[in-house]
Write a protein that binds this ligand. Structure first.
Ligand SMILES: Cc1cc2nc3c(=O)[nH]c(=O)nc-3n(C[C@H](O)[C@H](O)[C@H](O)COP(=O)(O)OP(=O)(O)OC[C@H]3O[C@@H](n4cnc5c(N)ncnc54)[C@H](O)[C@@H]3O)c2cc1C
Length: 496
């Protein structure tokens, strides 16, 4: 038999890490507490995986895979509802694309009253830390990535969520129709995490796919995923000068708010005749940038980081795939070159950028869409146009159908919105699995509307509440009727 792989940490240290004082601490019986204590506890057990004996490093009630908007909201809300939670994240910051991918600000859902309690709290916490998220004109939430991930850490700490950072979910073990454990790659080696209920918030439906849930990827008409982007930040920008040039001299009125809230919402895209189009086109004519580099350039100020803007570019040609590992890796190299070219062109020619420089590259490529599950309810474009309502709705949104390169639909009428049902988060295939975030059960086109961060936070929030409810009431996650959860516990109640 192969040598067993053990994590070089003593049992006593593990107990300390988990906040457990006695080795014989009871592993269950936490369900009635209002605040989960140590979220996960070492069992001292090992599990056999691929001919190896690997340690079970956490035994939780709820295990959440992926610490992006959906995952962190799920974790905090499950813990607040009295269960032991472990949150597994492959990076070392929570917030997903909204932190690791340099994606800010949160877009406006355009749906009235769409903020679920977690989102409202997040905005208040930003404000409490000196980041005013509202510009007074748009409804975008201007956040700051370093503050946002600090807030997420604090919320996890307060609620007793145990975070496993720099830990990658690599596989799952199943027993009957349930996941019994996930196999993770930790800083110390392979290990297992057991739980009663699992939430897949990886964005890529990774856990669902390796557990036998049906899935699809890309657009059924072309086979392409939405294009990837490699976002970055530039520092040393004279934002006042930039504003003067773009808003006053060119009279671009895309962003109505003034610095410190300022955006170049579009420069040259989809032949929409933005005021910076001629500027970008000149770069193509002189050979300084390519057409692909010119086609998509956006920049947003970051509150609390004076002179720094978040660059929503380059958009990498759609021939690179978000779901093929080799193509994805080539996209990184290709995207980095595009990034340098765009930055150089802006520094050389755009007023306000004279002394600018690349101050940060995303540590996660921007995948707008990759894999999506096929669950009990499959959301489609008609749900958007018909403004569908559901008794088991977990949130509402009205962000437009933002499928880059394919379709940008007309916006819903003011006040219009559609809802997302809990059934789009679950499948018939795995009883104890909830999927949250951008990889829920939705067509390519519908996903292009539901994928923005506020909506992913709200979906995750509901997933966490449902997971705790299911455990406490002994109902499998995929049998829960969201509408039967007491309204006072639900983060969103459909008004029909
Ligand atoms: C280029 C781009 C621009 C965008 N612009 C905006 C915008 O301006 N405003 C807006 O609101 N939204 C925007 N979005 C959409 C939004 O950022 C995402 O759809 C949203 O972050 C998805 O949230 P999520 O929680 O589902 O997944 P993600 O944010 O993708 O988070 C998933 C998390 O899971 C972790 N993870 C993945 N696999 C594993 C694994 N196997 N093991 C452990 N951890 C894992 C990842 O590290 C990550 O932290 C944009 C997206 C892109 C790509």
């Amino acid at each position: 038999m192969a040598q067993s792989f053990s994590i070089p940490i003593s049992r006593r240290d593990l107990l300390k890490l988990a906040g457990v004082t006695a080795a014989g601490a009871v592993l269950s019986g936490s369900l009635d507490t209002t605040k989960a204590e140590a979220a996960a506890q070492p069992s001292g057990k090992t599990i056999k995986y691929a001919d190896k004996k690997i340690p079970v490093i956490c035994a939780a009630d709820v295990c959440i895979c992926g610490g992006g908007p959906a995952g962190v909201a799920a974790a905090v809300n499950a813990a607040r509802n009295g269960v032991k939670v472990v949150l597994i994240e492959r990076g070392i910051a929570l917030g997903g694309l909204g932190v690791l991918g340099c994606v800010y600000p949160f877009m406006d859902t355009h749906a009235p009253d769409s903020d679920t309690p977690y989102l409202a709290e997040l905005k208040q916490r930003l404000r409490d830390k000196g980041i005013e998220p509202f510009d007074g004109v748009t409804q975008q939430t201007w956040h700051n990535p370093e503050i946002l991930c600090l807030i997420h850490d604090e919320m996890c700490e307060e609620t007793g969520v145990n975070i496993l950072y720099q830990t990658v979910v690599v596989d799952s073990l199943k027993s009957g129709g349930k996941i019994s454990a996930v196999i993770v790659q930790t800083i110390a080696g392979l290990a297992a995490v057991t739980a009663k209920t699992f939430i897949d918030a990886t964005g890529d439906a990774y856990l669902a796919r390796c557990s036998g849930v049906d899935y699809e990827r890309g657009y059924e008409k072309t086979g392409n995923n939405q294009p990837l982007s490699f976002r970055f930040e530039m520092g040393g920008i004279n934002v006042e000068r930039l504003y003067q040039y773009v808003a006053i001299e060119l009279q671009e009125d895309w962003c109505k708010s003034k610095p410190p809230y300022f955006e170049i919402a579009e420069a040259m895209h989809r032949k929409q005749r933005y005021k910076l189009e001629a500027f970008m086109a000149r770069g193509v004519e002189t050979g300084e940038i390519t057409q692909d580099e010119a086609e998509y350039m956006q920049a947003y100020t970051i509150i609390g980081k004076n002179g720094v803007m978040s660059m929503n570019c380059p958009e990498i040609p759609v021939t690179f795939s978000a779901t093929d590992p080799l193509s994805y890796s080539k996209a990184v190299t290709f995207g980095r070159k595009m990034m340098r070219n765009i930055a150089r062109y802006l520094v050389n020619h755009l007023p306000g950028f004279e002394n600018a420089f690349i101050s940060r590259e995303a540590v996660m490529l921007g995948a707008r869409e990759s894999w999506r599950i096929k669950g009990k309810y499959y959301m489609v474009e008609d749900d958007y146009h018909n403004q569908s309502r559901f008794a088991d709705a977990v949130c509402r949104t009205a962000w437009f159908i933002d499928a880059h390169g394919e379709k940008v639909s007309e916006k819903l009428p003011k006040g219009g919105f559609y809802e997302i049902p809990y059934r789009a988060l679950i499948s018939d295939k795995v009883d104890n699995l909830i999927v949250a975030g951008r990889c829920i059960s939705a067509s390519f086109i519908l996903q292009a509307s539901m994928r923005i961060q506020p909506t992913c936070y709200s979906i995750g929030e509901a997933a966490g509440i449902a997971a705790a409810f299911g455990i406490q009431n002994r109902v499998d996650a995929n049998k829960i009727d969201w509408a039967s959860i007491p309204a006072s516990k639900r983060s969103y109640v459909s008004k029909g």
